[in-house]
Design a protein around this ligand. Structure first.
Ligand SMILES: [Fe+2]
Length: 194
């Protein structure tokens, strides 16, 4: 083999080695991403605390406003459903507060007073019928999946804290049940809207 042909082959081999190194580096990066799919998006402690505290405050208001509705509720089937829903909301608020404290935080978030007052006034009103309140609810929350997306999304980012992850998933499942129940009661009392 001539000297120039030998040099040509040597050059090609060097080029191939460089290309091979680049391919190996890309493969390693891909392997890392497959091995730890959620590590890049794992929720930070601050995000978890913020979500738990906000969710807790919402559930506490839910429990209080449904209790106010129960006091003026005049429909048997709605009362039966609301009793369960109200207890669940209160239980969720307590569970979320417990988890918050277990993670070393205190419940601090307070919902805007105007929002809380409005919720109490709307649901506690004896001027609005149960059918109207159910209709308002279903119009405000037509779809449980949309409402619960932030909760399920956060749970998916909590592989490093499975206790909070499954607490959120189990509460979200209760919420799905509540939304389904309210929609059924609404359809029963508002047949014209169905
Ligand atoms: Fe709730």
């Amino acid at each position: 083999m001539s000297d120039s042909a030998f040099k040509k082959i040597e050059k090609r081999l060097a080029k191939l080695a460089t290309q091979q190194e680049a391919i190996c580096a890309r493969l390693e990066a891909l392997e890392d991403r497959v091995a730890t799919p959620s590590s890049a998006s794992a929720a930070s402690p601050e995000e978890v605390i913020q979500l738990l505290d906000g969710f807790r405050a919402g559930e506490a208001l839910g429990a209080a406003s449904i209790a106010a509705w129960l006091e003026v509720c005049s429909t048997d089937c709605v009362r039966g459903a609301l009793r369960t829903v109200q207890q669940r909301e209160a239980m969720h608020a307590a569970l979320l507060e417990d988890r918050l404290r277990a993670l070393g935080a205190e419940p601090t978030l307070e919902l805007p007073a105007a929002d809380a007052e409005q919720a109490m006034k709307d649901l506690g009103s004896s001027e609005h019928s149960d059918a109207k309140k159910l209709l308002d609810f279903t119009e405000r929350i037509p779809d449980a999946a949309l409402l619960l997306k932030p909760i399920y999304d956060m749970a998916d980012r909590l592989d490093h804290d499975q206790e909070t992850q499954w607490l959120l998933r189990s509460i979200a499942q209760d919420e799905e049940s509540t939304v389904t129940l309210i929609h059924r009661a609404c359809a029963l009392l508002n047949p014209q809207a169905a």
